[in-house]
Design a protein around this ligand. Structure first.
Ligand code: ZN
Length: 121
């Protein structure tokens, strides 16, 4: 399963960076063309981290739309599927601006050992 291996990659990255510290949230940015089902990824991540040090870690997913830029007329358009043609002028001289991202944006630790003291609740 595609999502399961991605979830594993995320969990590995988080575990490596957190180095045993409790993690509150990890934010990942995923491009449209990665064809990831967010719910499925969240479920896989939960499954993988259950009972482990990352059990309390929340997975936040930022979806990045696929955007192409046309070198012929300079217009930008969102793509819903990979058809690399400009919608404005039909030129195929286009390049992908976004949509292939898969990266861990941030890892929020539950308590930063040297960070600012949080306000009392
Ligand atoms: Zn164009």
């Amino acid at each position: 399963m595609h999502e399961l291996s991605l979830a594993q990659a995320i969990a590995d990255t988080v575990a490596k960076h957190a180095d045993g510290a409790p993690v509150e949230r990890v934010t990942v940015r995923i491009g449209h063309f990665r064809q990831v089902v967010p719910d499925s990824l969240a479920f896989s991540f939960e499954l993988l981290t259950e009972g482990g040090p990352l059990e309390a870690c929340e997975l936040a997913i930022e979806h990045v739309p696929a955007v192409i830029f046309c070198a012929n007329c300079g217009s930008e358009a969102r793509l819903d599927w990979p058809v690399f043609q400009c919608r404005a002028c039909d030129s195929s001289d286009v390049k992908l601006v976004s949509g292939e991202e898969f990266l861990v944006v941030s890892i929020d630790l539950l308590e930063a050992p040297h960070g600012p003291v949080p306000p009392p609740r």
